[in-house]
Design a protein around this ligand. Structure first.
Ligand SMILES: C[S@@+](CC[C@H](N)C(=O)[O-])C[C@H]1O[C@@H](n2cnc3c(N)ncnc32)[C@H](O)[C@@H]1O
Ligand code: SF4
Length: 411
């Protein structure tokens, strides 16, 4: 690894990411414009989990049945607000938190969603402990096309150290077998570079992926928010970001034979849907507490608090608390980052959207061998994958910081 390059990238993306994500209070409803040509996707956030994992920096709260019921009612109201503004969606991504935490509420919501829109793809994140024969049957019957199961590690001692007590390795394996082959895509999520993890643990995780016959595996580098980083480091050793490259290099060599990269972190057998709706769809609407939307170069951020979210929707108000109109350069950089993270970017589409706004960035990436251009398409090279992933990690880390600020300010 070129440490200087990694450090420089980190510095630039952190400072640009912070600028980019410094949002203004409020929003203009007139900025929420549907464009059929841009075909936005829909992200639905379910912020509840039965057990909270200490490393997790997503917007999530302990599951309470009554709160979840009111939350789903509010989600339906928010969906109708978008329908009334003329929005159409065909692809939907449920993330969390844990969308499978209450299957009855989820199934009811998906049925409502399908009564409003012609949905063709449904991706859902699930906790291994929620996978049973019965839940697989129900998820299939509502048309789930991609099930993404969070495992994090197949080593019990790592799970324990992570504070992930919702399942053991054996339970995760057994439950994944129940889902495997029943959906168009079954994905497993892992985290790498946790302080107690070794390179051998990652090799073993990849072996499990092969044995279990899943279609896809996503490996996230540990990305704690500033507050979580201090907590993890107080409990374990410090997070050594220099180890990340060794983990990643090993990962590429292990998954290389039977899987191809769908993103810098996600590896698939053949072509499969990925979780990163921000790659497949440059424009998206996010509903639910703490969701983010990006429409016509404007970011919209919903309130993070489920109670506030429910309260705003009880008055049929959009729960958006912050927004930001990105400049042409900022939008072009964001587009470039998401596309190259997804391994390729079409030059004609880039030019149509943003002209020559990021010519110098493209020159720098080409000169350092991170991308190359073939037949009008920029491709992320194998040596570029780590660095483009690093840029995405820094972007997500800035996002985690923003999330923490918003939660502490009760937005
Ligand atoms: C929002 S979680 C939802 C999945 C589900 N709740 C579960 O844990 O099984 C999606 C994935 O994000 C990843 N993740 C969560 N916290 C992370 C962190 N701090 N750094 C890197 N990846 C993280 C985990 O791999 C997790 O499975
Ligand atoms: S990793 Fe999943 S189960 Fe754990 S707290 Fe985060 S969202 Fe909830």
């Amino acid at each position: 690894m070129n440490r200087l390059m990694a450090k420089t990238i980190e510095k630039i993306v952190v400072s640009e990411g912070n600028k980019f994500l410094s949002l203004d209070k409020g929003f203009l409803e007139s900025d929420l414009i549907y464009s059929q040509r841009r075909n936005p996707s829909l992200y639905v956030h379910i912020p509840f989990c039965k057990m909270l994992c200490p490393y997790c920096s997503f917007n999530r709260y302990p599951y309470k049945e009554e709160l979840a019921k009111s939350y789903y009612k509010a989600l339906k109201k928010e969906l109708v607000l978008y329908k009334n503004k003329g929005f159409q969606f065909d692809e939907v991504y449920f993330g969390g938190g844990t969308p499978t935490v209450n299957l009855d509420l989820l199934v009811d919501f998906v049925e409502f969603l399908k009564s409003l829109f012609s949905i063709t793809q449904i991706s859902i994140e699930a906790n291994p402990s929620d996978i049973t024969k019965e839940s697989v049957k129900r998820l299939k019957s509502i048309g789930v096309t991609r099930l993404s199961i969070g495992v994090q590690s197949f080593k019990d001692s790592v799970l324990k150290e992570m504070g992930r007590h919702s399942h053991t390795s054996r339970e995760a394996q057994d439950n994944i077998k129940l889902a495997s082959g029943h959906f168009k895509t079954v994905n497993i999520d892992f985290i790498f570079n946790f302080p107690s993890q070794t390179i051998e643990d990652i090799v073993s995780d990849v072996n499990f992926v092969n044995e279990l016959g899943v279609d896809q595996a996503t490996f996230y580098p540990l990305m704690p928010s500033p507050h979580k980083k201090t907590k993890i480091e107080r409990k374990f050793n410090s997070i050594d970001t220099h180890r990340e490259y060794s983990f990643y290099k090993k990962l590429l060599s292990c998954v290389g034979n039977s899987f191809t990269p769908s993103t810098c972190w996600c590896f698939s057998k053949g072509t499969h849907t990925i979780d990163e709706y921000i790659i497949n769809h440059p424009e998206y609407i996010g509903i639910g507490a703490g969701s983010i939307g990006f429409i016509q170069d404007t970011f919209f951020v919903n309130t993070f608090s489920p109670e506030n979210y429910i309260s705003l929707l009880s008055d049929s108000k959009f729960p958006i608390v912050m927004s930001k109109k990105a400049s042409k350069k900022e939008s072009a950089r964001y587009y470039m980052l998401t596309q190259l993270f997804g391994m390729k970017m079409n030059e004609k589409e880039l030019k149509e959207r943003y002209g020559s706004a990021i010519n110098s960035e493209l020159l720098a990436l080409s000169a350092t061998g991170m991308i190359n251009k073939k037949n009008g398409v920029y491709h992320t090279t194998q040596s570029g994958m780590f660095y483009i992933g690093l840029m995405m990690k820094q972007f997500f880390t800035s996002l985690n910081g923003l999330r923490e600020i918003c939660i502490s300010n009760k937005y």
